[in-house]
Design a protein around this ligand. Structure first.
Ligand code: NAD
Length: 498
């Protein structure tokens, strides 16, 4: 059985802990590897490596740091298929989707290649007689990323390119369910010339996470995962004095107005609900059909749901792969069952899907649940599977109010041909990322990603300009170079400008 090791100070290492977790191939249902689960001393070794690497890296000139980033960009770009294959084998998503994930991560690397411009400070000349003021930003030190299973390459890449470009050193604790991509990436950093210790990977569970959260040597933590854990990370990390950004779960709604192009909306809704088997933080899981859009959109989405080609992610014909684990598969099927028990209509049922040749795989077919109300479990819970719930309302204002009453606020979309309705929606919803006829509105790398309410704990979104601010802190310098012939103007009152 292959063992997936940690990466500390530029080397693969088994560390001390002998605990492991299985890593499955979700398409076949077979265990294909085991991943080490770090104990406290393994995590401390990774943090120590990062701490030792920080002084030199933070003092490395911006030009030299940028050259490493450009080299890293070239390597990831050239070897994207290798990362994508590792993702497909451990996560289950189809190869084209895995490649898309690497591409979106790469765009954050490209953004971070612009670090010379991003780190430019401000300068004010002659704020007082012979006095100038200027500001610049410095890296924090050791920063950590704790990431979810659903984007094993992209979500870590939301974090470390920016953190490292800013001069920090990094400890990544990826998901233990699909850990291989992070080790491939660590080797690519090394090939790009990043000094050993600046990027480290420790695999593990709560023990590893808690060690990071409590370590006095870690200055900041970026987390992406489910809401209960995000809240916990934020509370425990900030209690030990760290800067924390913790992105949580989601229930993303798409409103369909009667004036929308129903075929266009149905194509995009199906892709947004069933792509990556619904295991995207920005997947649409609730369609809010307004007025007479309801029956038309349900009929059109049902047709698309039934046509989705489900199979192994390695099969070029597959549009949707399995979900990540047997537990996830059982949980999703169980939740669909609660919908039926609680009075919803299962209009397309994916529970009994079996994929020929992959009978033991963790598959759930695309599922559409109609007549859902906001009290039902399928609505209140984040299903994180290929399940679209349809809720009906009479007006766009009711639809907006429904979205705002939901505790999550990650992403949302509207399908309409009315600019007036779209504008009312974009201004009225309490959600961080909004799509207008765009169902999965994940911002580009040069904007920042983040939700509102229970979808984000902390006050900075990830990557883009907010990422640069998160991974740096400001200094403001007030400077004077007195000429010897000038009389001293020192006084005991509070300094004011002259
Ligand atoms: P998760 O919360 O179970 O795990 C995330 C990370 O936390 C993993 O590294 C895991 O090892 C660690 N972890 C799990 N339990 C822990 C515990 N008790 N104590 C400390 N650490 C713990 O999430 P997941 O199942 O891997 O990922 C899916 C979730 O992530 C979904 O809720 C999804 O919406 C969310 N997500 C959100 C975004 C976003 O942008 N807001 C992006 C991607 C995923």
């Amino acid at each position: 059985m292959r063992t997936i090791e940690h990466w500390i100070a530029g080397k693969a290492t088994t560390g001390i802990s002998e605990r492991t977790a299985p890593v499955f191939n979700p398409a076949t249902g077979e265990q294909q590897a085991e991943v080490l689960l770090a104990d406290v001393s393994d995590v401390e070794a990774a943090i120590a490596a990062a701490r030792d690497a920080f002084p030199d890296w933070s003092q490395t000139s911006i030009s030299r740091r940028t050259k490493v980033l450009f080299a890293f960009r070239e390597i990831v770009n050239a070897r994207a298929a290798e990362i994508a294959s590792a993702i497909t084998d451990e996560h289950g998503k189809v190869l084209s989707d895995a490649l898309g994930e690497v591409q979106r991560g790469l765009e954050v690397v490209e953004f971070a290649c612009g670090i010379p411009s991003l780190l430019k400070g401000d300068y004010s000349d002659q704020v007082s007689t012979d006095v100038d003021t200027f500001s610049f930003r410095e890296p924090l030190g050791v920063v950590a990323g704790i990431t979810p299973f659903n984007f094993p390459a992209m979500v870590p890449m939301w974090m470390f390119p920016v953190a490292i470009a800013c001069g920090n050193s990094f400890v990544l604790k990826p998901s233990e369910r699909d850990p291989s991509a992070s080790i491939l990436i660590a080797r690519m950093w090394q090939a790009a010339g990043l000094p050993d210790g600046v990027f480290n990977v420790v695999h593990g569970d709560k023990t590893a996470v808690d060690t990071i959260l409590d370590s006095p040597d870690v200055a900041a933590v970026s987390f992406v995962g489910s809401t209960p854990i995000a809240k916990y990370i934020h509370e425990r990390g900030t209690a030990s004095g760290k800067r924390v950004q913790a992105l949580g779960g989601a229930k993303n709604h798409a409103i369909i107005l009667p004036d929308a192009d129903i075929d266009f909306a149905a194509d995009h809704l199906a892709a947004a609900a069933f792509g990556s088997a619904g295991e995207r933080c920005m997947a649409i899981s609730a369609a809010v059909a307004v007025g007479d859009a309801g029956d038309r959109i349900v009929a059109a989405v049902n047709e698309r749901a039934r046509a989705v080609k489900v199979g192994s992610g390695r099969d070029g014909d597959s549009e949707m792969g399995p979900v990540v684990t047997r537990e996830a598969q059982q949980r999703i099927k169980g939740l669909i069952g609660t919908g039926e028990e609680q009075g919803a209509t299962i209009s397309v049922d994916g529970r009994d899907l079996s994929v020929e040749g992959y009978e033991e795989g963790f598959f759930v077919g695309p599922t559409v649940i109609d007549d859902v109300t906001t009290e039902m479990d399928v609505y209140t819970q984040e299903i994180f599977g290929p399940v679209l719930s349809v809720v009906r309302t009479d007006t766009v204002d009711e639809a907006i109010a429904l979205i705002n009453a939901n505790p999550y606020g990650n992403g949302t979309a509207i399908f309409t041909n009315s600019g007036e309705s779209a504008r009312r929606f974009q201004r009225g919803v309490h959600v961080g990322m909004i799509g207008i006829n765009v169902p999965v509105p994940v911002p580009m790398a040069y904007y920042s990603v983040g939700g509102w309410k229970d979808s984000l704990f902390g006050d900075k979104h990830v990557h883009g300009p907010e990422g640069v601010r998160f991974y740096t802190r400001a200094k403001v310098v007030t400077a004077r170079w007195p000429r010897s012939e000038h009389a001293s103007d020192a006084s005991f009152h509070f300094p004011t400008s002259k």
